[in-house]
Design a protein around this ligand. Sequence first.
Ligand code: GAR
Length: 197
Amino acid sequence: MKNIAVFASGTGSNFINIYNGLKNNSINGEIKLLISNNSNCGAVLFAIKNNIEYKIINDFRFPIEKNKEYELVLNFYRIDLILLAGFMKKIPENIVRLYKNKILNIHPSLLPKYGGQGFYGMKVHEAVIDSKDKLSGATVHFVNEHYDKGAIVLQKSLNVLKSDTPESLSKRILKIEHSIYLEAVNLFCLDKIKIQY
Ligand code: GAR
């Protein structure tokens, strides 16, 4: 059984979907912990309601110690897999090194398009609409030291409609996110993801 930590800062729909998916399917993984920087976000409220352990890390005055705090917490829960699900802070380098090929992220575009610093959430969908792209979608990828540049695990596209607004596009892409993120977690838990360089 893989021990999973989810990092989330917002509504938490990806977190909630994975939590329910793990509960209702025979997937070889369990969410042990939620880490957030925002004690009022939907993800934390869901964790409280469902008795999921959570930890708020939002004090960045002492970056080295705080990096150590992530490390200690993740060690304590013997975490095998970290899932970023709308986490709005940069992952400290020590964590990226320690958990090489064990951190997944969901991104609401067809990476490498619309990735990198500044591209997150609705900003991605606004850029797709502004550029009049015909296709968009979502990507699950491993996290490395460069924003949105790690190896791609799964990607799924949809047609951008002429009538789409950033909001309507984001709603349809969120459905794709939920389905491919759970699928990627299942593959990871079955040790079926191989990275070849
Ligand atoms: C999701 O759309 C996710 O792809 C995006 O934040 C949203 C979080 O929604 N992440 C990024 O843009 C990362 N660069 P959620 O809180 O409902 O899961």
